[in-house]
Design a protein around this ligand. Structure first.
Ligand code: PLP
Length: 282
């Protein structure tokens, strides 16, 4: 398989990263995961937009123009002949003798990318998944898609150990998002989700969903909700690039509604599939 280091496509076995790369030592960098449906990136522009924005927020300059980077990703996807999968890309502040202080300007950021085949999680999308509630112990800049994911990993690991697909996080009783997804409730036909502040990552799937809701007159309310509201919701779902619109049918061991994916969640799933199908054809 081929990977990318800066603007070079090469065999994975040939890729070399310095042991003092700041991404490796400090998690000093940002990343994106973009879905590929039928060989084509879905919402690639939006992901790149967020990539540049994340980098800027931590004062790293992406060493390429957006169109160049999009071109490079498309080359990589083509080289690897990816059909349904994803491309992962990350940018670190570069390699330099270990020091918390940023290195001098002549140290170049390091871009790496690779692709993989990923099937849609059809079984889970159909039947729904279990989730648990966990404390959101992350920092106050969750709007940045940074490489520092330790709190997210701890939450996901706890969820997995309890047989759950996702941990839904809360700060002082207000639900923020999932460990690797955005979280939503449905109450009386209205969708509620945390506003896009510094406390959550504004998911690209979340943005697509907001647009879908607007176009279909489905109330989409960006307002934080409590753990009580979560526990009493008619429906719960989470979204992400790889999970799409994922129904949560069990919360901390208790069935949500009748234990099946909710009606509105199902409708959103259908509309979401139509959305990426239409992009594929375009
Ligand atoms: N929130 C967090 C913490 C995430 O890690 C992710 C994605 O991995 C999301 C939300 C969903 O974002 P997106 O829809 O852009 O994949």
């Amino acid at each position: 398989v081929k990977v990318m280091v800066n603007d070079k496509i090469m065999d994975r076995s040939e890729a070399v990263i310095d042991i003092e790369d700041r991404g490796y030592q400090f998690g000093d960098g940002v990343y994106e995961v973009i879905r590929i449906y039928d060989g084509v990136m879905f919402t690639g522009d939006e992901h790149l937009e967020r990539f540049y924005s994340s980098a800027e927020k931590i004062q790293i300059t992406v060493p390429f123009q957006k169109e160049e980077l999009l071109d490079l990703m498309n080359q990589l996807i083509k080289e690897n002949n990816v059909k349904d999968g994803s491309v992962y890309m990350q940018l670190t502040r570069g390699a330099s003798p270990r020091n918390h202080v940023f290195p001098s300007k002549d140290i170049k950021p390091v871009l790496t990318a690779y692709t993989k085949e990923v099937a849609r999680p059809v079984e889970s999308l159909e039947n729904g998944v279990a989730a648990m509630i966990a404390d959101d112990i992350r920092w106050l800049r969750c709007d940045i898609k940074s490489l520092n994911l330790l709190p997210n990993l701890l939450a996901k690991q706890a969820a997995t150990e309890q047989g759950c697909y996702e941990a839904i996080l809360h700060r002082d009783g207000l639900v923020t998002e999932g460990s690797s997804s955005n979280a939503y409730i449905v109450v009386d036909g209205k969708i509620k989700t945390h506003p896009a502040t510094n406390l959550i990552l504004n998911g690209i799937t979340r943005q697509v969903l907001a647009r879908i809701c607007q176009n279909n007159n489905i109330p989409f309310v960006e307002e934080a909700f409590t753990l009580d509201e979560l526990r009493n919701a008619d429906e719960i779902f989470v979204t992400s690039t790889t999970s799409e619109v994922m129904p949560v049918v069990k919360l901390d061991g208790t069935e949500v509604g009748d234990g099946n994916p909710g009606e509105l969640t199902r409708k959103l799933q259908t509309l979401f599939v139509e959305e990426f199908e239409s992009v594929k054809k375009a």
